[in-house]
Design a binder for this molecule. Sequence first.
Ligand SMILES: Nc1ncnc2c1ncn2[C@@H]1O[C@H](COP(=O)(O)OP(=O)(O)OP(=O)(O)O)[C@@H](O)[C@H]1O
Length: 489
Amino acid sequence: MSKDVNKKLPSKEEVLSQYKDVLERNKAHARGEKSKGEIEANEQALAKQKAKEDARLAKKTKKAKRKEETLITNTLDQSAGEKLSVIEEKPLTRKQIKKAQKEELKAQKETQKEDALIKNTLDQSVGEKLSVIEEKPLSRKQIKKAQKEELKHVKEETIMTSPFVDGEVESNRTIIASIEKINYDNESETFEEFKSEDRKYTSIDNTPGFDKGVKGLKQKQKFQYQLTNKYSKRILSDGEIVFTKDHKPNTEKHIIELKDVRKSYQTGDLETPILKGIDIKLDKGDFIVILGPSGSGKTTFLNVISGLDKTTEGDVFVLGSNLSLLKDSHLTKFRRKNVGFIFQQYNLLTNLTSKENAEVGQNLANKKKKGMTIEEIFETIGMKEQINKYPHQMSGGQQQRVSIARALAKNPEILFADEPTGALDEEMGRKVLEILVKVNREQKTTIVVVTHNPNIAKIANTVIHIKNGLIDSLEKNSNPADPQSIDWS
Ligand SMILES: Nc1ncnc2c1ncn2[C@@H]1O[C@H](COP(=O)(O)OP(=O)(O)OP(=O)(O)O)[C@@H](O)[C@H]1O
């Protein structure tokens, strides 16, 4: 094979330059400096070592976390066990301890949820709104999801020109889907209607005597806990009428009937009585207004008769069920089926339109009882034009009317309203009252309104005055006034 004689040899300068490079490298090496390759190799070795160290640290942290969690669980177990043994006053079975642990864990989660909500006002508004609508505590996942949606909405609000931005509609669907899921999760619980002649009456006449103060309070809790365990399902599923006081209720005649109802709070070592022995009978289809000075117990009373809060003692019959003996999950079911709420702050979901907010109520409705369609409701409340608007595109009065629409879509037997006009001006306040009167007349829905304003009482046919935790008076008004005619000052 002949050599390529034409191949150009390197010039003398090129050879010298290459040689100089080698020389420079040798000199640098001799001075202890590293070549590029060596530096890279070094860096790789260092990175490998760091990754190893990181993995070791991560493992250590995980182990420490696991240890901490075990400690928390143990503490929870202990406190749950202690709490229950205070109530039970006897050694607990393994099943009881397990149950208490589960409840304690749930309570702990609720507290954490609340803390998170308080920390962030945005979180708070969403959490409250959803839990009000769903009428049951939300899982952490649901709250997180709602917060994310809310944040997204706030961000989009500034650029949103149309209420039908794709992402927005999608996020609405997500919330509705999650709400519907909760609804369907409970679908297996059917809503029974009971004929009065079929209902069984049970009198609890072996009520023990109770001590005074906090000790007595604990004894009452224990007694109620035992009765609730025994009767809650029978009351809700079988329509059994269970009474603990020497008083058989007339559930056919009275939609709400209370006997010797007491509610106390424990503050440290002291018992603070709020409701001090309430007896009352309220008729179906009435428009009832509750008046009383600040702190007299109006909201506490409303919460007790609407199943939002439990009594310490006494019977609370609403539609025949003694709410005092229902466990929390049954109370939730009872509220879903029978009652609607309107609050001073409207509690609408901000990233749902008026219609969608009302549909949330409809999803929770008692499907067996036929009510108005969403369109009919918006017609009734004079809000047809606002049906596709978002809460931030409406006035306070309009938002309050949407919250009425949501309550009506649920088609409740009783509508409870706590200061429904409290945040509204006169014109809007009157409009809201007009709607309530109309619903009461046309749908025969029983309405219970708590208010500071004695003038509002003129539109009611039953006025209850609460004073210092007791019923001061109950007046019947055979000629209720028109909301337009009442003095608003
Ligand atoms: N969780 C609680 N713990 C202790 N005390 C409470 C609790 N909730 C309410 N109270 C007290 O119960 C009393 C009655 O409160 P409630 O809210 O029922 O009164 P109200 O008549 O509705 O008052 P207002 O018109 O000011 O809203 C008040 O003194 C209140 O401080």
